[in-house]
Design a protein around this ligand. Sequence first.
Ligand code: ASP
Length: 340
Amino acid sequence: MTSILIIYTGGTIGMVESEDRRTLVPFDLEHVLVQVPELNKLEVNLRSVSFPEPIDSSDMHPKHWVKMAEIIEEHYHEVDGFVILHGSDTLAYTASALSFMLKGLHKPVIITGSQLPIGMIRTDARENLITAVEIASLQTGGIPQVQEVAVYFESKLYRGNRTSKFSTEAFEAFDSPNYPVLAEAGVHLNFNHEDLYRTTEPEFSVHKGYSNKVLVVTLFPGISERVMEAILLQEESRAVILRTFGSGNAPTDPRFLTLLKAYIERGNIVLNVSQCQKGGIEQGRYATSRRLQEMGVLSGGDMTFEAAVTKTMILLGLSQDVHWISDQLVTNIRGELSVN
Ligand code: ASP
């Protein structure tokens, strides 16, 4: 029998309906087994831990990512896999962050949540939870099928650092625009074996450092020069994630370019990610992005916004060396980036 640890952090999945409000309650496995008796039918030894104060995922903070990583570290050699129950709003950030924090991961970490609380009649929580546990427990000859941080939502398993939340309404709340779905749950669980991630690191370890000295600038036609000045001349940040147009294009206004160049010359990082969900950055394809490339703006390739932000935060927590961080940002380190 495989053993799975369920880590409950909060979110709609664990909300109980009360007369006047919906509240988050600490996860109680016994209570969930009553609501979802199917879990008893799986040949799995289930254990659970809950955040003492479950949170709506809008309150998620890197210290909570560290907490989750520590729980995984503590139980890594005791169980065969992990299922994290999480609010859907910032789930893609957590999935991305954990993928960068957990190095040499050889066991499944499946993150799921739901759009409706577990006790509601039409809830999607039941199927999401059962299948997430089933996927986490799958092994072939004692080797886990999934060995990465993945997101399971509404019949699909995605690579965690490739997902974004794209619907507030549909049960199918997530998408992975630049990477194939890892598995689909229909009558059978069908895996795309060749798309599953396999680390080359033999040893499991956890990076717990992070820095939140990261700023995000979303360009739009007519963005104020004064605002750009206020952002790029301050001394607090160490990296700017620049959300550009199309394949990485930005205005050619020399005042804007001079500000960016000076920011980089002061030893900071600018990472170019596209406002388009599908496809990625191709700096140099147009003159408007060639300038960025020439001044040292890094290409975020086809990384999701969530992966770009969390990867930058974790790398800044790991080193002070801008060259090393820059090199890692443009390298595929956990399957977050397609290499052409
Ligand atoms: N606001 C909730 C959260 O992210 C929504 C959800 O659970 O899906 O925690």
